[in-house]
Design a protein around this ligand. Structure first.
Ligand code: FES
Ligand code: FES
Length: 161
């Protein structure tokens, strides 16, 4: 089938069988390797993308569902100010990062901070519940999101959250 959608702000068209996973389309047809192929069961979050505005596991999205959709991968998101805020916040907190789940962690941070200006520890840990990260200490994660929230609020409003 022929499928048109918007990928990182550009109109694209592919030919694909209806049941091919979005993660395989992104990596195989577009060479977008930031989202990884992990459990393929929706449980680890390493394949995360923004699908129609929501952070979603690309391993659970079959090709037939992407027609007419808008998809942002970590490669597309990395051109934004929000991405820079998160990278600075993560670096200032000294977060360990092997890079395996990076797309999931960064896009989840974005989704959380879009929803809540200054999330609590509980909201942060709940928000990151779908990311199975071997490297990140929960205390560091909470610190990193707090720093990122402050950076973002200062950039947007000239003051901390
Ligand atoms: S590979 Fe998609 S959630 Fe694990
Ligand atoms: S940064 Fe290593 S698994 Fe998450």
């Amino acid at each position: 089938m022929t499928i048109g959608f918007i990928l990182n702000g550009e109109d694209v068209v592919i030919r694909s069988d209806a049941d091919v996973r979005l993660i395989d389309i992104l990596r195989g047809s577009f060479g977008l390797l930031g989202a990884k192929s992990g459990c393929l069961m929706g449980k680890c979050g390493v394949c995360s993308v923004i699908f129609n505005g929501n952070v979603s596991p690309a391993c659970l999205i079959p090709a037939f569902r992407i027609r007419g959709s808008e998809i942002i991968t970590i490669e597309g998101f990395s051109t934004t100010n929000e991405y820079q805020d998160i990278m600075t916040g993560f670096a200032q907190a000294g977060m360990e990062n092997c890079g395996y789940c990076g797309a999931g962690k960064i896009l989840t941070a974005e989704a959380l901070l879009e929803r809540i200006n200054r999330p609590t520890r509980e909201e942060i840990l709940t928000g990151f519940g779908g990311i199975k990260c071997r490297c990140t200490d929960p205390d560091k994660l909470v610190e990193a999101i707090g720093i990122t929230a402050d950076i973002r609020q200062r950039r947007l409003y000239g003051r901390s959250a």
